[in-house]
Design a binder for this molecule. Structure first.
Ligand code: GTP
Ligand code: MG
Length: 211
């Protein structure tokens, strides 16, 4: 099937504001400015469905996006943004944690890290947390266009080592500039649906079929 319609459902902070849904859900987490909202737009062939900004801290609420009534993509606020108060950091931390802990239909968590940088302590804690809750934890290294091709393996190794990933752990690479990673991430989504018994499979979509 091809994506016919992806749409914004709602924003939420508290649990009672989450949309009621039995559909499988996939959430994007990562540091502020790592490219979560941009990746969602790339996956869905949309320019600005998920709001992006070069200023960190753009996404401050949990945003839910419905994909053809088949599954929900969730854009979470970023953590690690230095220029906010301690209070605000705590609030965002609670928003993210509450969602990840309590969302029953959450199928998988995609952890984004900037390919250029060594994962931070918060990234490492997030990865361990994802694993400890029984998710596979697919890692996506973003902004591939910002590093030299010859440096890719080195940067991937730094991330793998920092997280203590083994061969079975996924580390994908993405770029919203070259649109790299789009198909691989869709493949990973399709596999997730399949192994979890959902009859959902999205075809690789050509860019010219953009919606
Ligand atoms: P918060 O909402 O603050 O948590 O940030 P976010 O993780 O949603 O990041 P966002 O998608 O808003 O992107 C942050 C900045 O990085 C924007 O200026 C994007 O254009 C840029 N960006 C995102 N992905 C890429 C990429 O693959 N390559 C390059 N060069 N820039 C990117
Ligand atoms: Mg965002």
């Amino acid at each position: 099937m091809k994506i016919k319609e992806s749409k914004f459902v709602t924003s939420a902070v508290k649990e009672e504001q989450y949309p009621e849904s039995d559909l499988p859900e996939i959430a994007m987490v990562g540091r502020s400015n790592v490219g979560k909202s941009s990746l969602i737009n790339m996956m869905l062939n949309r320019k600005n469905l998920a709001r992006t900004s070069s200023t960190p801290g753009k996404t401050q609420l949990i945003n839910f996006f419905d994909i053809d009534g088949k599954f929900t993509l969730v854009d979470l606020p970023g953590y690690g943004y230095a220029r906010v108060s301690k209070e605000q950091k705590k609030t965002w931390g609670t928003i993210i944690e509450t969602y990840l802990k309590n969302r029953k239909n959450l199928l998988e968590v995609i952890l984004l890290v900037d390919l250029r940088h060594k994962p931070t302590q918060e990234d490492i804690e997030m990865y361990q947390w994802i694993k400890s809750y029984g998710f596979n934890g697919i890692v996506v290294g973003t902004k591939h266009d910002k590093i030299k091709k010859s440096q890719l393996d080195k940067h991937k190794k730094i991330i793998r080592d920092a997280f203590g990933m083994d061969q079975n752990d996924f580390l994908l690479v993405s770029s919203t500039q070259s649109r790299k990673g789009k198909y691989e991430i869709w493949d990973a989504f399709n596999e997730l649906f399949e192994v979890n018994g959902y009859d959902v499979h999205f075809e690789r979509q050509q860019e010219k079929e953009d919606i």
